[in-house]
Design a protein around this ligand. Structure first.
Ligand code: AMP
Length: 210
């Protein structure tokens, strides 16, 4: 009997039954370090990194229809409309359906996007595992972005007014997502100030316990 049980258990582990994806949302204001941390975390946990900002920039560079549509919003530091962003994100998830999980960076940014993401993942019998915010003071972040703008070539990083508009968008539309995920028991926050390694360590401590 014990022998049979051992064989069944081994079979279950081998075929990864019940092994759901790990889907993590990285939150944080522009400049908080989401992209930098995602680069480390995607390797460490074998996750697919999806940055909506990067996907939009790729489309702008390649002058696609989507890029042309997104450009004006991005240049002004405004959010791209939900319908466009949600559709784009879903198609990226579909393209990576064999993934062990996703690291969402810069998505969702509105309640409508979060609701759409929940519904989409539920339709695939998956869910958000956790959302983690990188916290940092606005004034430190403004300085960081202006510095990044000198080398990134990103016009939205070069103009303080546009940067502040991006923070206003964040405060109005993205910050309410914290309570949205808190209500689901899936919200965590870490101090986003420190060395890259220190912050990766803080994030890993949370992810390892999920
Ligand atoms: P990021 O690289 O994440 O800072 O995003 C750069 C810009 O892309 C933002 O200021 C928005 O204009 C646009 N963007 C990126 N992600 C989203 C999103 N989830 N919803 C709407 N707009 C977005």
């Amino acid at each position: 009997m014990i022998f049979l049980c051992l064989i069944v258990c081994k079979f279950v582990v081998y075929f990864n039954f019940n092994n759901k994806m790990i889907n993590i949302v990285l939150f944080g204001k522009p400049g908080a370090g989401k992209g930098t941390q995602a680069e480390f975390l995607k390797e460490k946990y074998t996750l697919t990194h999806l940055s909506t900002g990067d996907i939009f920039r790729f489309n702008i560079k390649n002058e696609t229809e989507l890029g042309l549509l997104a450009k004006t919003y991005m240049d002004n530091g405004d959010l791209v409309p939900d319908s466009v962003t949600i559709q784009m994100l879903q198609s990226e998830v579909e393209k990576n359906s064999q993934s062990r999980g996703f690291l969402f960076d810069g998505f969702p940014r509105t309640i409508a996007q979060a609701e759409a993401l929940d519904a989409f993942l539920t339709s695939k019998n998956e869910e958000i595992t956790a959302t983690i915010a990188l916290e940092a003071d606005d004034e430190i972040l403004v300085k960081r972005l202006l510095e990044r703008g000198k080398t990134s070539g990103r016009t939205d990083d070069q103009d303080e007014e546009k940067i502040r508009n991006r923070y206003q968008e964040y405060n109005e539309k993205t910050a309410p997502l914290m309570s949205y995920y808190e209500a689901q028991g899936k919200f965590y926050a870490v101090n986003g100030i420190g060395s890259i390694e220190e912050i990766t360590e803080r994030l890993s401590t949370i992810i390892d316990k999920l």
